[in-house]
Write a protein that binds this ligand. Structure first.
Ligand SMILES: Nc1nc2c(c(=O)[nH]1)N[C@H]1C(S)=C(S)[C@@H](COP(=O)(O)O)O[C@H]1N2
Ligand SMILES: [Mo]
Length: 326
């Protein structure tokens, strides 16, 4: 079976070899994927620039086996071609079109995620063992960038809470910090002026909320590099920058962790950054958004509180002044 319950990542000090031996199926799929990517690169070079890079050439072997999710919204979806060519992934350049052009240099295997800080047992996990730990749900989520555009994307993963429970944070752990990969060799466009690696953080109750998705794919396939392969989080009630890509570390702590954007401009990017039409960004209103979906032209629509996820998340913030804790 692809999906192992319970003990899936329990046996882990984890080298790629030992994981592949435990997860024969995963190993076969990985080898097949690696082979296909080589062929895909050739095919992609014959496609028009807008369809580049190889992520648009999706082979059967890159498909994820997913189950239905109760968290799906009914909105019209953003086409794959738009969700994979209009990205923010500054490690590969600051223009929206840069990641699709440049992120092919990211090496997504072997890949490990280090878990440390206030946990019962610090551990390093192989990304394939994490991916096979729980059934993968296909969740269509609203995705709202602080820059006022929004998309509706089917993401594939399972609740971050499952991994956190596995990690056994100590009772005193109040926050979890995430760090992205940084490697100048794989990221020749890495811009100066930022305190790399990309970092983000969540309060523990936010991280444990079932809407917080640990994400391995989109549109039923493994994540294209430009969307944060091989592992990222998706937090649909927060502005997009909280949804950190290409994660290599989870750090549990009792103090609010640093985050890249918060440190760079704390007046513009708060720690919480919940979608809130009533609290403007200092340089623009957040009351509306430009929805990029299947339509020929983007549509402007009102932004809703918590991006429309009030029922699931508002309770975590009762009594908090959301203008102060923006
Ligand atoms: N490591 C990393 N993660 C990141 C970013 C980034 O630049 N680097 N950009 C963020 C921002 S601003 C947004 S809007 C989303 C975009 O995700 P998408 O390109 O998959 O739509 O990723 C977030 N995660
Ligand atoms: Mo963003």
């Amino acid at each position: 079976m692809l999906f192992r319950k319970g003990t899936g990542i329990a046996s882990s000090e984890i080298t790629p070899e030992s994981v592949f031996n435990q997860h024969t199926q995963g190993r076969r799929r990985f080898l097949a994927t690696a082979a296909t990517l080589g062929a895909g690169a050739l095919a992609a070079s014959r496609l028009p620039a807008i369809l580049n890079p190889q992520s648009t050439v999706l082979a059967e072997t890159q498909k994820l086996q997913t189950v239905e999710s109760k968290y799906t919204v009914p909105d019209v979806q953003t086409p794959f071609a738009k969700a994979t060519t209009y990205n923010n992934f500054y490690e590969f350049g600051t223009d929206k079109s840069d990641p699709a052009q440049n992120a092919h240099t990211l090496q997504t295997r072997p890949w490990t995620v280090q878990v440390d800080g206030m946990v019962a047992k610090p551990i390093t996990l192989d990304v394939d063992s994490i991916m096979h730990y729980r059934p993968i749900e296909n969740r269509v989520y609203r995705h709202r960038c602080v820059e006022r555009w929004s998309m509706v994307i089917p993401w594939d993963g399972y609740s971050l809470a499952e991994l956190i429970k596995f990690c056994q944070p100590l009772p005193g752990a109040k926050y979890v910090q995430f760090l992205s990969k940084v490697d100048k060799k794989q990221m020749p466009e890495l811009p100066g002026g930022y305190d790399w690696p990309y970092s983000e953080g969540l309060r523990m109750d936010e991280a444990m909320n079932p809407l917080a998705l640990l994400c391995f794919g989109c549109y039923g396939n493994v994540l294209p590099n430009q969307n944060g392969a091989p592992i990222r989080v998706i937090l649909p009630w927060k502005y997009g920058f909280k949804s950190i890509k290409s994660i290599v570390k989870l750090h549990f702590t009792d103090t609010q962790p640093r985050t890249l954007w918060n440190e760079l401009a704390s007046n513009e990017y708060g720690f919480y950054s919940n979608v809130n039409p009533n609290v403007d960004h200092p340089r623009w209103s957040q009351a509306t958004e430009r929805r990029i979906d299947a339509g020929f032209l983007p549509r402007t629509m009102p932004t809703t509180m918590f991006n429309g996820y009030q029922d699931q998340v508002a309770g975590m913030y009762t009594g908090m002044d959301l203008k102060k804790y923006f």
